[in-house]
Every structure is written in structure tokens, then in C-alpha cells.
Design a protein around this ligand. Structure first.
Ligand code: PEP
Ligand code: MG
Length: 310
């Protein structure tokens, strides 16, 4: 089965009833980008740029980032690359920034919050992205958006950078991974180009369970009905504004997760590189109608065990 999936990895993921799902990859560097293309990924749904900043003694320069983004874009041969701006803080440590120690790093100055505090990090990154954007289709995505103000502030900074460079206008979307963003989704949907749901953090923040906690790993299940309700709410808000929703959290890489997400109306699944062929084959063997039925039943479940039992 895995062999067959691999053989067909470059074919699009179209269900038996002719519904197309984009299957993109989550990557962290140029090598991953090449592997993703070879694995059959339809572009990059999440470039975790923080990997450029980790395990070194100083931040990567604008020039260095530009070269990396350009190389990644070129590996994708015309398919879209979603570049997520720096998401550090939380559990990811960067020694040279000398960040103050926080009691609750996951609830602290993380993601865009950190970028607002450190324009010397944020601006060069945005400049590098806009410069690389002349090499192929690129979108920008902001992590950890919790409020409308977060979005508007980040978008305004990006637009200022774009104007200074006379860069191309590119789609700008946000990660939906903080519960308040779900509750604000109707307002955000009017202004963003797309939502990409980060089910890893969304699960952590909705259930108040540390995503890396060994004792809570079993309970912190992204297929919990509470999370599925949040995803459904996000999709409905986006649809009302004609915007698309992707999922780049781990749930998209699971076969059952991919089915339920597609049934809920998610259009793009950004998955781990080893899962690309499997998820594409799985979508091809399914029908949208069945997945919609499955999603409907999942939303009625009371526990994640019930969802997994479907
Ligand atoms: C997520 O939170 O689901 C996500 C995709 O982002 P990260 O795992 O990098 O926090
Ligand atoms: Mg996240």
C-alpha cells in the first residue's frame, strides 16, 4: 500500500467524487524543501523559519535569509511557499537573544509578540521575504495571533516593508492556534488572505495542556471534539468571507485527521514530509461526501475516544 502511494505521489489528491485537496509540506530548511518536492508535496504550507535562528551565535542576516528563502522557492517550481515569520519564545530557546526568563513561556512573549519587541529581527526577515518573493509564489503567515490588533500591527509592518522595497503584493495569512483567534475569526476573516490552523498549539491552549507534557500526551488529542468545534467555527467564518483554511498542525498528517478536516471544509493539508504520499493516496481513495458525513458525526461526539472510534 505504501509502495503504491509512493508511486502515485506526484498525482493530485482528488477524491472519488472529484474534490481536490491541496497536500503541501511542513519544512524547516532548504534540504527539507528538496525532500518535500521529491515526496510529491504541492508546495510548502509551513516554513518554520525559527530553524534558521536556532543553534548559532547570532541572528541570520537579511542577506542570508534572502538566499535561503529564494533557494526554497526555487525548489518548489511555481508551487506556493508559505513562510511563517519567526516563532520563538515558548519552548524554543535562542541563546544570543538573551531573552528574559519567563514563568510561563507558552503564555509569554512568543511569536509575533516577540517580533513586535524586536524589530531588528522582524524587519530584516520581512525584507528578505519580500525580496525572495520575486522568485516565485510566496505567502506570509504570522504565528501566535491572539487579537485583531496583533494582526493589524503585523500586517501594517509588513506593508511598510513592502512599500520601502517596492516589493510585490503577496497574500498574508495567520496561524489560528490561539483560542481567541477562533472566537474572533469572523472579524479576522475579513482582513486576512487565509487561515492556517496550528492544531498543536490550538490543542495546548484550548485544553490547557502543555503540548510536550509526557503525562498529558494522551489527553491532549487534537481529535477532541472541543478542538474540532474550534476548527469548524474557523472554517465557517472563513467561508463567509470567501477565504480558504488550511491545517498545518500534526492532525493533518493523520489519516483520520485528514478525513475529518477535509469533511469540515479544510482545503489545504500541510503535512510532515513522510506523510505526503500517504495522505494524498488516502484522499484519492475517499469521497468528500463520506468525509463530510464523518465530520458531522465527529462534531457530535463527546470525547476523543468516541471520535477515534468512528
Ligand atoms: C502548530 O502549533 O500546530 C504549528 C503547526 O506550529 P508549531 O508546531 O511550529 O508551533
Ligand atoms: Mg504553533
Amino acid at each position: 500500500q505504501e509502495e503504491a502511494a509512493r508511486a502515485e505521489r506526484f498525482a493530485p489528491a482528488i477524491t472519488r467524487d472529484q474534490h481536490r485537496v491541496e497536500v503541501a509540506a511542513n519544512i524547516g530548511n532548504v534540504r527539507d524543501a528538496q525532500k518535500a518536492a521529491e515526496a510529491g508535496a504541492e508546495g510548502v504550507g509551513l516554513l518554520r523559519t525559527e530553524f534558521l535562528y536556532l543553534e548559532r551565535n547570532s541572528a541570520p542576516s537579511e542577506e542570508e535569509q534572502f538566499a535561503v528563502y529564494r533557494d526554497i522557492i526555487q525548489t518548489q517550481k511555481g508551487q506556493n511557499v508559505i513562510i511563517r515569520t519567526l516563532d520563538i519564545g515558548g519552548d524554543k530557546e535562542v541563546s544570543y537573544l538573551n531573552l528574559p526568563k519567563e514563568d510561563n513561556p507558552f503564555l509569554g512573549v512568543r511569536g509575533v509578540r516577540l517580533c513586535f519587541e524586536y524589530p531588528d529581527l522582524f524587519i530584516p526577515q520581512l525584507r528578505a521575504i519580500y525580496r525572495a518573493a520575486t522568485y516565485g509564489p510566496v505567502s506570509i503567515m504570522f504565528p501566535m495571533i491572539a487579537t485583531l490588533e496583533d494582526w493589524q500591527k503585523a500586517a501594517a509592518i509588513a506593508e511598510q516593508v513592502r512599500q520601502e522595497l517596492n516589493g510585490p503584493t503577496i497574500p498574508i495569512g495567520i496561524m489560528v492556534e490561539v483560542p481567541s483567534a477562533v472566537l474572533l475569526a469572523t472579524h479576522l476573516a475579513r482582513e486576512i488572505a487565509f487561515f492556517s490552523i496550528g492544531t498543536n498549539d490550538l490543542t495546548q491552549y484550548v485544553m490547557a495542556m502543555d503540548r510536550g507534557h509526557p503525562q498529558l500526551a494522551k489527553q491532549a488529542d487534537s481529535l477532541h471534539p472541543a478542538i474540532l468545534q474550534m476548527i469548524w467555527q474557523t472554517v465557517q467564518a472563513a467561508e463567509q468571507e470567501g477565504k480558504w483554511v488550511g491545517v498545518c498542525g500534526g492532525l493533518a498528517s493523520e489519516v483520520l485527521g485528514a478525513s475529518i478536516l477535509t469533511g469540515l471544509g479544510v482545503k489545504e493539508l500541510s503535512v510532515s514530509i513522510p506523510s505526503v504520499a500517504t495522505i494524498k493516496a488516502h484522499i484519492r481513495s475517499s469521497s468528500l461526501q463520506d468525509m463530510q458525513e464523518l465530520a458531522k458525526r465527529a462534531l457530535q461526539c463527546r470525547t476523543s475516544a468516541e471520535v477515534r472510534g468512528l
